[in-house]
Design a protein around this ligand. Structure first.
Ligand code: TXA
Ligand code: MG
Length: 317
């Protein structure tokens, strides 16, 4: 990665354009968050419904004061435990944030990515960068520049930072008074959040109807081929099946088998989840994909969340 590339990308952002860039979770499709005309281009490219708000990426804590209001100082202290890192916090927004970014909500999702290219891009652009994951709405999230190119061939610039390390999108939480609610599970678990919550704050996972977070829809992140989740390895697979497993097993008779991990290491499974699904989606000899479940505790909650959403539309009742 050349510094020049980041400068070029920053120049595009400052001029009101759109750039794809790496974060530690997945690639983002970014534009100047304070320029509604630029932000509109993201919705158009992604074919994203305008009711789906964007996360705003920052490079320093100074942005909290500019982008939010009525925030208790202890929430900023809390944020410093996790930022930069894969956590998005939804807070009351200030007037400078265009309505298009937040889909008319009075809240804004803020995240400081733990990726040097992303942080440098924001710094050189001199503005917060609104960015959803750089995929077509509803399709698989991108964990490499090639994944971005596959779905969004028309974007004019992709900063290639290699494969992302975390592999699934950030954990999203919101604060209402002293209540913290999980909106989307991620690599930062409920246990870690609970450990750092300010005194007197409580943590819930209840879903609120008033906040629309399509990441919470039942179907999302889908491959273009049928995907089935299994607990126990089936004895036989239909012909042209792709198999994704998370520990070393004797490979059954399938077209292609991917091991996300040799020993169910959930960090490895998360990092490989979307890329293994992309590989299966791209393989013309595969007609359906089978993926092994992981246990739904800790980081397994976020992995199963993405897996179930990816498989939802193929569910056989
Ligand atoms: O890791 C990530 O979070 C990646 C990288 C690029 O940062 N971004 C990402 O963005 O996953 P996106 O747009 O694909 O998912 C963001 C989710 C959406 O489901 C959106 O509805 C929710 O965040 N969101 C954003 N702002 C919100 C708000 N003010 N209130 C509730 N949900 C919000
Ligand atoms: Mg997304």
């Amino acid at each position: 990665m050349q510094t020049n590339d980041i400068q070029k990308a920053a120049h595009i952002i400052v001029s009101g354009g759109v750039v794809a860039f790496p974060t530690e979770t997945v690639y983002g499709l970014g534009a100047n968050a304070l320029n509604p005309v630029a932000v509109a281009k993201i919705f158009e490219l992604k074919e994203r419904p305008s009711f789906d708000p964007l996360i705003v990426h920052i490079d320093s804590f100074d942005w909290f004061a500019k982008l939010t209001k009525n925030i208790a100082p202890e929430i900023i202290d809390f944020a410093t435990h996790f930022m930069p890192g894969p956590l998005t916090i939804v807070l009351e927004k200030s007037e400078i944030v265009p309505d298009l970014v937040t889909s008319g909500l009075n809240t804004i999702g803020i995240r400081m990515p733990n990726n040097s290219i992303a942080l440098e891009l924001i710094r050189l652009s001199g503005c917060p960068i609104a960015a959803p994951s750089a995929n077509k709405f509803g399709q698989l999230s991108p964990s490499s520049a090639a994944h971005v190119r596959k779905q969004l061939p028309n974007i004019n610039y992709i900063l290639d930072g290699g494969k992302t390390s975390v592999g699934i999108e950030s954990t999203i939480i919101t604060f209402t008074g002293k209540e913290c609610t999980l909106l989307r599970p991620g690599i930062i678990t409920l246990e870690e959040i609970a450990q750092h919550l300010p005194e007197g704050y409580t943590l819930t996972t209840k879903k609120t109807k008033t906040i629309i977070a399509p990441g919470l829809l039942q179907s999302h992140y889908s491959p273009k081929k049928p995907l089935f989740i299994f607990d126990t390895l089936p004895e036989k697979f239909p012909s042209k099946s792709g198999l994704i497993v998370h520990k070393s097993i004797k490979v059954p008779n399938v077209e292609h088998c991917i091991f996300t991990s040799q020993n169910e290491n959930l960090l490895e499974v998360a990092a490989q989840l979307f890329s293994s699904l992309h590989t299966m989606e791209d393989n013309k000899n595969i007609e359906q994909i089978y993926i092994q479940a992981v246990s739904e505790t800790g980081l397994g909650i976020a992995i199963m969340d993405r897996m179930k959403k990816a498989a939802f539309q193929w569910k056989v009742e």
